[in-house]
Design a protein around this ligand. Structure first.
Ligand SMILES: [Zn+2]
Ligand SMILES: [Zn+2]
Length: 317
């Protein structure tokens, strides 16, 4: 079966991946009629916990203790091909990056050093996909909680390498390329934009007009098209406390996180940024049918509340 189809009415690509229906899940029902998590001991059933390395395809990369063997315990961060990929391996990349050997569900339950290692691992794998000779479009994201599309609880990021240009990434490239001045630099220079924190080289804020309500955006203060080779330390200082504060304030731990940066060979006009998006509402008719979203929080008030709630962990260093 051809793995990519195109909607003739919108030009949008569609991945044909019926085998994904068979993937296990332990995060809760994802659709009406779904029986929910498979019963059984939660920890022993988790394919991402140490000791269950054989439950995933062989690792493509891991940060592990000296003298430990591949596909055995001893890793801190582990990247494996997705067992139920959206694309067959000959067409593209679909990897899972397991953030920690500990069975933790929420990003903020990672220790600072665990989160640093995890994000640095995301960068290692993202760079590998950028350098894939097939010229794939990389996209790095994290789903946390059933409402955000996660099927497994154990904290993990995902990386896809697509053999075509994804519409939203193309739209962003075009927006940066066609703007007279960089829109992210303009947001950072705007005194009315509600900043949450400036830490090291990074700033976090609630955009005036976010892609989804409640979005926190993180970007370097100085224009840079691509994230650095080791983004973990600086990002961990912001992502941990801010994601925890955001979840408490909006009342859900379900969230998506994704990276937007210059496509390989793309324009220097791009300004890389990471977005954390709480998922308290289901996307409904207006959003899915018309592409129109509504803002449920005043971004300025939300940024102020996050700042008050997460002052210590996000303090400048
Ligand atoms: Zn686990
Ligand atoms: Zn910029």
């Amino acid at each position: 079966m051809t793995p990519v189809r195109w909607d003739p009415l919108t030009g949008a690509p569609l991945l044909v991946a019926p085998a994904r229906m068979a993937r296990p899940h332990d995060t809760g029902p994802v659709a009406p009629g779904d029986p929910g998590p498979t019963p059984g001991p939660e920890q022993s059933a988790c394919p991402f916990c140490p000791g269950s390395e054989d439950a995933t395809p062989p690792e493509v990369w891991a940060e592990r203790a000296d003298h430990t063997l591949a596909n055995r315990p001893g890793w801190r961060v582990r990247a494996v091909p997705n067992r139920f990929p959206v694309l067959p391996p000959e067409e593209g990349v679909h990897e899972v990056i397991i953030n920690t050997p500990r069975h933790v569900t929420d990003l903020w339950d990672l220790s600072p050093s665990e989160m640093t290692a995890a994000i640095d691992g995301w960068a290692v794998r993202e760079i590998a996909v950028r350098e894939d000779p097939r010229g794939l479009w990389p996209f790095l994201f994290l789903n946390q909680g059933a409402a955000a599309g996660a099927s497994l609880q154990h904290s993990h990021a995902q990386l896809i390498g697509l053999p075509f240009a994804p519409p939203l990434l193309v739209a962003r490239e075009d927006a940066f390329r066609s703007a007279l001045a960089c829109p992210i630099c303009a947001e950072l220079a705007d005194p009315h934009v509600a900043r949450i924190v400036d830490t090291g080289p990074l700033t976090a804020w609630c955009p005036h007009a976010p892609p989804l309500s409640g979005t926190v955006r993180i970007a370097p203060r100085h224009h840079a098209p691509e994230w650095p080779a080791h983004p973990g330390e600086h990002l961990a200082r912001i992502v941990r406390p801010l994601s925890a504060a955001l979840a408490a304030l909006v009342g859900t731990t379900a969230m998506n996180l994704w990276l937007h940066q210059r496509h390989p060979g793309g324009s220097d006009a791009f300004h890389w940024h990471l977005e954390i998006v709480p998922r308290r509402a289901t996307l409904a008719g207006m959003e899915l049918g018309a592409g129109v979203f509504s803002l449920l929080n005043d971004p300025t008030a939300l940024a102020d509340a996050i700042r008050l709630r997460a002052p210590s962990g996000a303090a400048p260093v």
